[in-house]
Design a protein around this ligand. Structure first.
Ligand code: C2E
Ligand code: MG
Ligand code: MG
Length: 743
């Protein structure tokens, strides 16, 4: 029998007398064993006697016996079901027990298998050899079977514990391998004792594994932060958490969630989780929730939040918060006439300029009570806002308002258009102008409205009276609407006089409102309201109609005079009005109608302007630039567009003879006009001295109280019937010229 395998029930019944030999064994108290729990013990011994004894003993002890008579056969048996323990004799023919043990250890699954070696001698050398060969324990012959059962049980228990430990370690390793985080075991000094790479390790210097210390892995600031947390984790035996931002290549940064867990008093585990993607997603979500999609500025939510924070901070620190409310002048008209793509482009450009102005104005502004708040937001449409929170916010707000108005005078390049879009700004400052966000915003809005009423392209700080102004404006608008329906409008006429001959060249039609409550109201008091409300459009049509009636009346009386009429930028975009003007000019001598437009129009309109000017000019309508010198028209416009006349603003005329700079300025304007082949008209001439100076400078025509105030229809008709000239004009020019004033 090469191999002996005995099941409990197939063990030959103990031979007579054999019981005695193993008598002690029966007395060994053994725990009852269920069949499933019967450990399989492989006995490798060339002595069949031993097999028999082992079989009988095991039977009693509740073990399952299997046996092999030499090493190679034992190894063969291992390739089937593995035993739970091997009892291995040292002295065997062929390969001895030591060698067999070494070979068994190399078999799959046998690294930890308990091997109890049975040596014939208990000399130290063979015990050492047994351990070196991989034996778990040894037993010297002669075998004390009772002791051996205990030894086997002990070894089986030890093995079970060891196997459980190994399984648990394997589970842990699998778990650790499965988590995507980098894992480091560190000592108190930050030395890396163990390193498992993880996602994002490329952000760690030295590639991790090769690093001996944290300092080789992380930049100094992160390293210091971790060292600090290691000390706390070790002292408290706690877990610490922190976020790290590590520089990546170029502009990228990596974000890590770092956790430190104390293992014992000296070591910690550092878990580094790459949260770069999560951060980026959060940024995108934040961007969507708190930024304006078109301009990239803060949106309403962010604005509300920042304003609430700034106010809370200001209340605690006794600081200021300024809110600026900006509205692009005429934005709606640009958007409607040039299309939304251009409108969007304009808004983007405006947002960028505003942001630049705020950045510049707040450069180096460090409030003593903490970092100042500076939010630039778009609340919707063309409403832009700025929050400035900190000491001296009112002064910074003033600077921002001044600079922004200045910057917005330059044209915006939008797709194919060069557009000038000025801005009106209102400012309200906490605490004086309001305690709550709602009050501040409302008051900044009111102040912005006041700036609009003041002719736009300007800024206003809130004043309590502005509320009344605004309600007055609403009242004016309602009454003006009625005025248009109830024919309360009238045109007054002021002569434009040829300086050399003293004759009337044409009459400027000036709008008046004969208000039953307020009397005669002049244009600047109601034109801005009319513009804002759109009432300017029916008013413009009425003006053209009225001029038609007047021209027809004068012509019936045998008089023919030209009329100049004023058009605002908004009116110029009104197609119906342009058609009516063309009709008005039809059949009348060229030059009968002159349009006075402001410089703002030239900057503002692109292709459309050139076309409309061309059509008007072809119909014999002359074009004058009104209030010349106050806007920012470029010489290129004067050259490119069919313009006939420059009207020098009365501000320059008023300073003549008073402000030394005014004389050469007017001379330059007149020379410039001549250079472009244009006529010049000086506005607001009130004294003979002014007239003489203008004549001397080569100005061709003048208008002002010196000749006549604006006249009613009846007055102007009488005036025209009398000839409409000023014979004293030539004399005044000759007599009053003060030598040396204008050269
Ligand atoms: P403007 O076209 O520059 O008109 C000249 C203004 O100067 C008139 O004021 C006139 O009364 C005033 N003026 C004339 N001579 C003198 C003078 O010697 N001294 C002084 N201090 N002022 C003088 P008005 O009529 O109040 O009109 C003001 C502005 O309102 C006009 O400026 C024009 O831009 C606008 N406007 C007037 N009528 C109309 C209109 O029918 N439509 C449009 N869109 N605007 C109009
Ligand atoms: Mg005018
Ligand atoms: Mg004028």
């Amino acid at each position: 029998m090469d191999q002996v395998t005995r099941q409990q029930d197939s063990i030959p019944s103990a031979m007579p007398g054999e019981d005695d030999e193993i008598a002690g064994i029966a007395a060994v108290p053994v725990a009852p064993v269920t069949p499933q729990e019967r450990p399989r013990i492989l006995v490798v011994d060339d002595d069949p006697e031993i097999h028999l004894l082992a079989g009988a003993t095991f039977d009693i002890a509740g073990f399952e016996f299997i046996g092999a008579l030499d090493g190679p056969r034992a190894i063969d048996m291992l390739r089937g079901q593995l035993p739970d323990l091997i009892l291995l004799d040292v002295m065997m023919p062929g390969i001895d027990g030591f060698e067999t043990c070494r070979r068994i250890r190399r078999e799959p699954g046998c690294a930890l298998l308990p091997i109890l070696m049975v040596t014939g001698c208990d000399d130290i050398a063979s015990i050492e050899t047994a351990y070196e060969s991989g034996a778990t324990d040894f037993l010297a012959k002669p075998i004390n079977w009772m002791l051996m059962i205990h030894r086997i049980r002990y070894l089986l228990r030890g093995h079970a514990t060891l196997a459980a430990l190994h399984r648990s370690e394997a589970r842990q390793s699998a778990l650790i391998a499965a988590i995507p985080d980098a894992l480091l075991r560190l000592d108190r000094e930050g030395r890396v004792l163990q390193f498992k790479p993880g996602r994002g390790v490329q952000a760690l210097g030295q590639g991790g594994e090769a690093a001996a210390t944290l300092a080789e892995l992380l930049p100094p600031s992160a390293c210091m932060a971790i060292r600090r947390e290691i000390a706390i984790a070790l002292a408290d035996q706690s877990m610490r958490e922190l976020e790290l931002e590590l520089p990546g290549s170029g502009q990228d940064t990596f974000a890590f969630d770092a956790r430190l867990i104390a293992i014992d008093g000296e070591q910690v585990i550092l878990l580094l989780r790459d949260i770069t993607e999560r951060r980026q997603r959060q940024r995108v979500i934040h961007q969507l929730a708190y930024r304006d999609g078109l301009t990239g500025l803060a949106n309403r939510q962010q604005f509300d939040q920042d304003l609430a924070d700034a106010l809370a901070h200001a209340r605690r620190r006794d600081d200021q918060v300024a809110v600026l409310f900006l509205d692009l002048d005429q934005f709606k008209r640009i958007n409607d006439s040039l299309g939304h793509a251009t409108g969007d482009e304009l808004l983007r450009g405006a947002a960028q300029r505003l942001q630049e102005v705020v950045d510049q104005a707040t450069l180096g502004w460090e409030a003593a009570t903490g970092p100042p708040v500076k939010t630039v937001a778009r609340l919707g449409g063309d409403e832009l806002t700025v929050i400035l929170g900190g000491q001296g916010a009112d002064q910074i707000a003033r600077q921002v308002a001044e600079r922004v108005i200045d910057r917005f005078r330059e044209p915006f390049q939008c797709i194919e258009h060069s557009i000038v879009c000025t801005v009106s700004v209102g400012v309200a400052v906490h605490p004086s102008d309001g305690a709550t966000a709602g009050d501040l915003l409302e008051h900044a809005d009111t102040a912005m409205y006041a700036a609009k009423l003041n002719g736009r392209n300007t800024f206003r700080f809130f004043a309590p009276s502005m509320g009344e102004d605004a309600s007055r404006k609403i009242d004016v608008e309602a009454r003006l609407r009625r005025a248009v329906d109830e024919q309360q409008l009238a045109l007054y006429y002021q002569p434009v006089v040829d300086i050399e001959h003293g004759e009337t060249l044409r009459l400027e039609a000036l709008l008046r409102w004969q208000d039953p409550e307020e009397g005669v109201v002049s244009a600047p008091s109601f034109i801005p309201v009319a513009e804002e409300s759109g009432l300017i459009l029916p008013i413009g049509l009425w003006v053209v109609e009225e001029i038609g009636r007047r021209l027809a009346d004068w012509s019936q009386r045998g008089m023919s005079f030209g009329v100049a009429l004023n058009l605002s930028v908004r009116q110029f975009a009104h197609q119906e009005l342009i058609e009516r003007l063309l009709e008005l000019a039809r059949g009348r001598p060229a030059g009968t109608i002159e349009l006075e437009v402001t410089e703002g129009l030239l900057r503002d309109q692109g292709v459309q302007l050139t076309e409309t000017f061309g059509r008007l000019h072809a119909a014999g309508i002359r074009i004058a630039i009104d209030d010349f010198g106050t806007g920012y028209s470029s010489l290129a416009h004067l050259q490119r567009l069919p313009i006939d006349t420059l009207k020098i603003d009365r501000r320059f005329v008023r300073e003549l003879g008073h402000d030394p700079a005014s004389d050469p300025l007017i001379r330059t304007m007149i020379a410039l006009a001549k250079g472009f082949g244009l006529h010049t008209v000086a506005e607001g001439v009130e004294t003979e001295e002014q007239l003489a100076l203008l004549a001397h400078a080569g100005c061709r025509a003048a208008q002002g109280f010196l000749f006549a105030h604006p006249l009613t229809t009846d007055q102007v008709t009488t005036y025209l019937e009398r000839g409409g000239d000023f014979p004293w004009c030539a004399r005044a020019r000759r007599d009053a010229a003060p030598a040396g004033s204008v050269h």
